[in-house]
Ligand binder design. Structure first.
Ligand code: SAH
Length: 399
């Protein structure tokens, strides 16, 4: 257990000691002589006291991602096995498995595993590797996952742009272990039959993080008309239909989402309900619809992150506000807007402001019924605020 030393500038160790896993390049006094990107280093403060052990990356602004503050903890298969086991146990200690057989088992930094995502779809695992450090641990991770979970297969979807910032220029995808998974994996989510599309779907093939909000919609949807904006594989509409919605319209810009969307709709649609899917850019679509209608009982608005860089926050808030103003205008009096933001840079308070300004702009009076954050399989480490991203508001438009 001999890792290269890296020394921090004076007074640069506090946030890491408080549990934040990232050390930025500006905090580093001396780079380690013999460590390469992806290697494990030992970090010391300016008094040469041990701070943490973590993944080093000389190319990324995030120079070190801390794995442990225990100087006696080697980073080996036992370490990764323990971390993954702990993450899995965290989910097993909830009631999630009573409601679903699809959940996120490892959520990167928030589970103490920087750059690793593991989703479980009915026993088929999908992994994403985001960081150079985790990339070096690939074989160890696969071994650990196999031993802990004995999955039907392990499929990789590391086709993420963030790998570039880590100096990883490839975007690997494909089968890593076990038998080829089916084209659409059937999963169950709160009584709804859904499908994950591992091969062509976005991210890991399904958006698990909106489960609780979809289920709440299910319980509010009887007899309602639902407009589902940024619909992806129509999870919200599938829940609404299961809950007895009379009509759903899904809008997404990407035609690739429709094979799974259609499946999800048809698996849950009562014979009397009507459902339509539309390929369109939501922004001009709602702009136009806001003026001439029609109006819906329930509007769902779940855009991708509209913000990549910190300095764009103000601009992004303007875009969110305009989008939500139009969405509010599409809700009937007495109806419901379910609106979300998945940008970690937009804080809970920011999102509150967005909803308030949007309602004022749309000239509606509204009451927020529910303000949901992360579901239990997307846990949050309070020392790592960057890991908080999801916010979802259920806002009733008053009559
Ligand atoms: N609500 C979904 C997840 C939405 S993910 C669920 O519960 O599963 C965001 C979706 O927005 C993606 O499917 C993406 O294709 C779509 N999207 C991105 N930009 C868009 C745009 N300008 N107009 C319409 N859809 C867009």
């Amino acid at each position: 257990m001999n890792y290269s030393p890296l020394y921090l500038r004076k007074n640069s160790e506090r946030t890491v000691r408080n549990g934040h896993p990232w050390i930025f390049s500006g905090a580093v006094e001396r780079r380690p002589k013999d460590a390469d990107t992806g290697d494990i280093v030992d970090v010391f403060d300016s008094h040469e006291r041990f701070v943490c052990r973590g993944f080093y990356n000389k190319r990324s602004l995030i120079r070190v991602r801390s794995l442990t503050q225990d100087a006696n903890q080697p980073i080996d298969i036992a370490f990764f096995t323990e971390r993954i086991t702990q993450a899995v146990q965290l989910r097993r200690d909830t009631d999630l498995s009573a409601h679903t057989n699809a959940m996120r088992l490892v959520h990167g930094e928030s589970d103490g595993l920087p750059g690793l995502i593991v989703d479980d779809y009915a026993g088929y695992l999908v992994i994403q590797i985001h960081t150079a450090g985790m990339e070096q641990q690939r074989q160890t991770i696969l071994k650990a996952l196999d031993a802990i979970l004995t999955p039907k297969s392990i499929y990789e979807r590391s086709d993420v742009g963030t790998r570039r910032a880590e100096g990883l220029n490839d975007r690997p995808t494909g089968l890593l272990a076990g038998a080829e998974p089916p084209e659409f994996i059937e999963i169950e989510e709160c009584g709804v039959r859904l499908h994950a599309d591992l091969y062509r779907g976005q991210k890991t093939g399904f958006f698990l993080d909106q489960r609780d909000n979809r289920f709440l919609l299910q319980r509010l949807a009887a007899g309602q008309s639902v407009l589902n904006l940024f619909s992806y594989s129509s999870g919200f509409s599938a829940h609404a239909l299961k809950g007895g919605a009379a009509h759903t319209l899904d809008v997404d810009i990407s035609p690739q989402v429709f094979p799974s969307a259609r499946r999800n709709i048809e698996a849950n649609r009562p014979a009397t309900a009507h459902s339509n899917l539309l390929v369109a850019d939501v922004f001009p679509f709602v702009d136009e619809l806001a003026d001439r209608g029609p109006r819906y009982d329930i509007v769902v608005c779940d855009p991708p992150s509209l913000l990549r860089k910190h300095n764009q926050l103000k601009q992004a808030m303007g875009v969110y506000t305009k989008l939500n103003r139009n969405a509010f205008r599409l809700v009937k009096d007495g109806g419901l807007l379910i609106t979300a933001s998945c940008s970690s840079r937009v804080s809970q308070d920011d999102f509150f402001q967005i909803v308030r300004r949007a309602a004022t702009g749309a000239r509606v009076r509204t009451r927020i019924l529910t303000y949901n954050l992360h579901p239990a399989d997307h846990p949050v480490d309070p020392a790592f605020p960057d890991g908080r991203y999801l916010k979802c508001v259920f806002a009733r438009v008053l009559r």
